[in-house]
Structure formats: structure tokens, C-alpha cells
Design a binder for this molecule. Structure first.
Ligand SMILES: Cc1cc2nc3c(=O)[nH]c(=O)nc-3n(C[C@H](O)[C@H](O)[C@H](O)COP(=O)(O)OP(=O)(O)OC[C@H]3O[C@@H](n4cnc5c(N)ncnc54)[C@H](O)[C@@H]3O)c2cc1C
Length: 484
């Protein structure tokens, strides 16, 4: 740092911790503030107790760490340099009614060989089905090209695009719906361009394929305690239970105002790495940030429908040979099933001691007005269909999380999605809703945007930036297919 830089990072999720880490490593004087009692945001964990008094870490839900999460992984290497943090899962099965099953394991890593191999071995697609498919749309999926794809397809919904592919219902459900639902947005309220970007990022455009790793320790132990220690070792201050309310001009730059009667924090630079509703609220209360056009774009950001994470402690084990995680299709609202006792050490120990199991069920894009009792019954019915050995299992403990804080990617929203930079020098934005100059999603989008936010501030000080990596920005057939 040629001159001292006081940076306040608002939000202690992946995006904020990424920005804070890079800034602190370059010598900035960093204060990271987080509204909740723990770091981690949507991948946080906190202590709760089972009825028998055993303490456990409750989390915001199962998370998959894909192998092309290059920027997130480079951050994780800071806290686990030996790289033992993540445990690989050997497959990512997709399960449907009547024993329908697709598998990602063993596919070639190169496009189009991976697509051809998947279609050849899929039991949901027959040759005569392929003859009815809209070939042009199929090729559009291989022709992802950032700006061009968004220009051509952002106005269309993911549902309209997938309907137009003309796949038979089973193939559509098993090969596409499971994937599309992983982004929490309902298909008819999600941009087709965003869906194609996700296909490119997760399957078609990366050499690592669609397999992923998981954390074998709770998020608190594996991620947030080590990150907090590292930030403090770099001289950063981490303030939890601290809410930013607004950002106003102050001596030398900015002042971040806090909830309660706490004194504002002076800052030369501010990173707003909060959720969509929180960003809208902070910007609305901070009349000098940005210009009218940018403020209006922030105000039009939205969250998608709610999701449910339901963790169950059951009195009996699952059958041998079950896979730790499966995506599901055709079981009503149930999107996936995670068997925590098969991969997470704390749950494994509990299950060994009690001869039970710890199962987590997810439902995404929950429709408005749904009856909670009916939703629970449907999710449980899905679990029993997939794991009949759990029918009649006694629920010894349960945690039901109903939240609504994942970003919407509505048709037509891309052109006005804010990027990392704002019109106000020294104020930047990060999070998994931010527009990036390369394909990335979910945790990788959060980490990449945090690093990019830090780089933007470092560039103003003339300090070397942190390298960012991405999958290729363009698909195999980019620029070759009309209408993409
Ligand atoms: C059920 C579920 C499953 C998921 N599974 C996966 C997966 O398998 N793979 C994957 O890659 N991604 C997954 N995700 C997505 C992933 O969790 C998010 O993309 C990522 O955690 C977002 O990080 P973030 O830093 O952008 O936002 P957040 O984690 O939301 O962080 C924002 C932080 O800002 C804080 N904050 C808000 N307002 C204020 C304020 N005024 N002052 C101070 N602090 C404030 C919040 O408390 C929060 O900690 C999943 C998400 C959910 C909900």
C-alpha cells in the first residue's frame, strides 16, 4: 500500500470474507462487519442442542463445492494450505420415480464428448426422442457467449427455452429440471440466458465436469473459525452482531453508519457484500451513493421465492450403498436428499452412537400460499420413496428452515444487473447476484465478485490485483449458431 487504506467490508458471507481477505493481505486496514452472530451468511453454521443435550452445528443447508470453483478454492487454500478440507463424492446421481436414475460419474470431461456420452447411456432418452428435439436450441446450449447469449435469450424464460427443446417429459425432468432448479428460481421466472450460462459453467464449458466435493466438518469449524483467525492475524477487525444501516460522506471519503447507538466507522473504501434486500435498504438510506440510474437498478433487484431446508435426526440407519447426496425429480417439491451421516463427521458420530441417520431434505422455489403441513408431508413422502428403509422411522429431532434470501434472475434482468463497480469512487458491491465479466454461479460467483471488488479498490491505490480464473468465457460453438 503506497498510502494507508481504511476499508470497511459490510457482510460476512463468502463475498465479504473474500474481499476482506484480499484487502487485508495487501495491507489495507480492514473492518469486516456482519449483522448476525456468526460469519458465513447463507453458508453459516451455529450451535444448537439435540433433545438429549448433545451440542451440534446447525447449518443453512448442504453445499456442493464444484471443482471449477477456482477462485473460491484459491481462498480456501489460505486456511487449509494442505488442501485436505474437501472430500470428493464419487457421483452426483439424479433419481426419479420408479427407479429412474441418471449418473454423472465417469463422463468424459470434454464437450461434446460429455454430452454424447450422457445421451448415449441415459435411460431417459431414446434415439427416436432425439429426432424430435429442436436441434437449433440444442446447439444454442453449446454456443454460450456472454454478451451475445444474454442479448439473444435473456428476455425468454428458462421454461420457454426448455419447452422449445421438445424433450420427452422424463428426459426433460431427469436431465434438465433437476439442474435448472438448483438455482432456486422457478423455471418460468428465470432467464433462459442465465440457464445457458449455468449449463456452460457447470457442464459444457469446464474441464472438471459436474462432480463436486463436500466439507466433512461443519461450516463453522471448516471455514469460518479459520477465516476469522486468518483475518485477525492479518490485522483485520471482525465485528459480528453489527449491522450497517447507511453509507454517508465522511472525512477522507465515507462513513459507514451502524445500527444501535454505535459510532460510525470512517472509511476510504466500502465493500457492500450483503444480500439483495439489505443492499436495497442500505442504498435507499444512503442518498449520495451512486447516481439515479444505478440506484434505480439496485432498487429493481429482487429475491426469488422461498426455499426450505429440513434436517431430520432419525432412529434408524439408511440402507447400505446409499449415496451421500442425490438430486431428485418427480417427487413433488423435493429437490434433493443429503445423508449427512455418510459424509459429515459430527453427524456420522451421532449416527454411530445411536444407530440412526441424519437426513436433509431441500425444497426450492416454494409457491406462494403453500400449506406447510402439506409441504412437509410431500417432502417426507419423497424421502420414503427414495429410501423405503426410512418409512416408519421415528423423528428424534428436526430443524425446519424457511428462508427467502436467494437472488432472482428474472427474464430481462441481466442488462440492468449491477456489476462490482458503482458510480461512487471507493464504493463497490459484491455477492452472488452481481454481474461478472465471466461465467460463474452461486458460491463461486460470490467469491469471484468479492475478489473483483477488492481488486477494483486496489487498482485505485495502484496495488497489484489478486489473480482471478474462470472457465472459458465462450462455448464450443460460440458465434457459429444464429440467434445466440
Ligand atoms: C439451501 C441452499 C443451498 C445452497 N447450495 C449451494 C451449493 O451446493 N453450491 C453453491 O455453490 N452454492 C449453494 N448455495 C448458494 C450459496 O450459499 C450462496 O451463493 C453464497 O453463500 C452467497 O454468498 P454471499 O456472500 O453472496 O451472500 P450471503 O451469504 O447472503 O452473505 C451476505 C451477508 O451479509 C450480511 N448482512 C446483510 N445485511 C447486513 C447489514 N446491513 N450489515 C451487516 N451485514 C449484513 C448477512 O447476514 C450475510 O451474512 C446454496 C444456498 C442455499 C440457500
Amino acid at each position: 500500500m503506497p498510502a494507508p487504506l481504511r476499508a470497511v467490508v459490510v457482510g460476512g458471507g463468502i463475498a465479504g470474507v473474500s474481499a476482506a481477505t484480499v484487502l487485508a493481505e495487501r495491507g489495507a486496514s480492514v473492518t469486516l462487519i456482519e449483522r448476525e452472530p456468526v460469519l458465513g451468511g447463507r453458508i453459516s453454521a451455529w450451535t444448537e442442542h439435540l433433545p438429549d443435550g448433545t451440542a451440534f452445528q446447525m447449518e443453512r443447508g448442504f453445499h456442493a463445492f464444484f471443482r471449477q470453483y477456482y477462485n473460491l478454492r484459491s481462498l480456501l487454500a489460505r486456511i487449509h494450505p494442505a488442501g485436505h478440507l474437501l472430500t470428493p463424492l464419487s457421483d452426483y446421481p439424479l433419481l426419479g420415480p420408479g427407479g429412474a436414475r441418471e449418473s454423472i460419474a465417469g463422463l468424459p470431461h470434454q464437450t461434446p464428448l460429455n454430452v454424447l456420452a450422457l445421451l448415449a447411456r441415459s435411460r431417459s432418452v431414446r434415439l427416436r426422442d432425439l429426432l424430435r428435439v429442436d436441434f437449433h436450441r440444442g446447439l444454442q446450449m453449446l454456443a454460450f457467449d456472454g454478451e451475445r447469449t444474454y442479448r439473444a435469450l435473456d428476455g425468454q424464460s428458462a421454461r420457454a427455452f426448455l419447452d422449445g427443446l421438445r424433450l420427452p417429459p422424463t428426459a426433460r425432468r431427469m436431465l434438465f429440471d433437476v439442474f435448472a432448479h438448483s438455482f432456486f428460481n422457478p423455471e418460468d421466472e428465470m432467464s433462459a440466458a442465465e440457464l445457458l450460462a449455468m449449463f456452460h459453467f457447470y457442464f459444457l464449458g469446464n474441464p472438471e465436469g459436474l462432480l463436486f466435493d463436500v466439507l466433512s466438518e461443519p461450516f463453522s469449524v471448516a471455514l469460518w473459525e479459520p477465516f476469522e483467525r486468518r483475518l485477525e492475524a492479518l490485522g483485520a477487525r471482525v465485528l459480528v452482531r453489527t449491522e450497517a444501516t447507511r453509507v454517508l460522506p465522511g472525512a477522507g471519503g465515507w462513513e459507514v453508519h451502524l445500527g444501535g447507538d454505535r459510532a460510525p466507522l470512517p472509511a476510504d473504501a466500502v465493500v457492500l457484500a450483503v444480500t439483495v434486500p439489505a443492499l436495497r435498504a442500505i442504498v435507499a438510506s444512503s442518498p449520495v451513493i451512486g447516481d439515479a440510474a444505478w440506484r434505480a437498478r439496485v432498487d429493481r433487484l429482487a429475491v426469488t421465492r422461498p426455499f426450505v431446508v429440513w434436517r431430520l435426526w432419525l432412529d434408524r440407519p439408511t440402507a447400505p450403498g446409499r449415496h451421500p447426496f442425490a438430486g431428485t425429480a418427480g417427487f413433488g417439491p423435493l429437490e434433493n436428499v443429503s445423508l449427512f451421516h455418510l459424509f459429515q463427521n459430527e453427524c456420522r458420530r451421532w449416527a454411530e452412537r445411536t444407530r440412526g441417520s441424519v437426513v436433509e431434505l431441500h425444497a426450492y422455489a416454494v409457491p406462494p400460499g403453500i400449506d406447510e403441513a402439506a409441504l412437509r408431508a410431500d417432502m417426507l413422502a419423497g424421502m420414503h420413496a427414495l429410501c423405503p428403509e426410512l418409512s416408519g422411522a421415528r423423528v428424534l429431532h428436526e430443524r425446519w428452515l424457511w428462508r427467502q434470501d436467494c437472488p432472482a434472475f428474472a427474464p430481462g434482468s441481466s442488462a440492468e444487473r449491477p456489476g462490482v463497480e458503482t458510480p461512487s469512487p471507493g464504493v463497490v458491491v459484491a455477492g452472488d447476484f452481481v454481474r461478472l465479466p465471466f461465467p460463474a454461479a452461486l458460491m463461486e460467483r460470490a467469491a469471484s465478485s468479492g475478489i473483483l471488488a477488492a481488486n477494483t479498490l486496489l487498482a485505485r491505490s495502484g496495488v497489484e490485483s489478486e489473480p482471478l480464473r474462470s472457465v472459458p468465457r465462450r462455448g464450443l460453438l460460440a458465434g457459429m449458431i444464429p440467434g445466440t
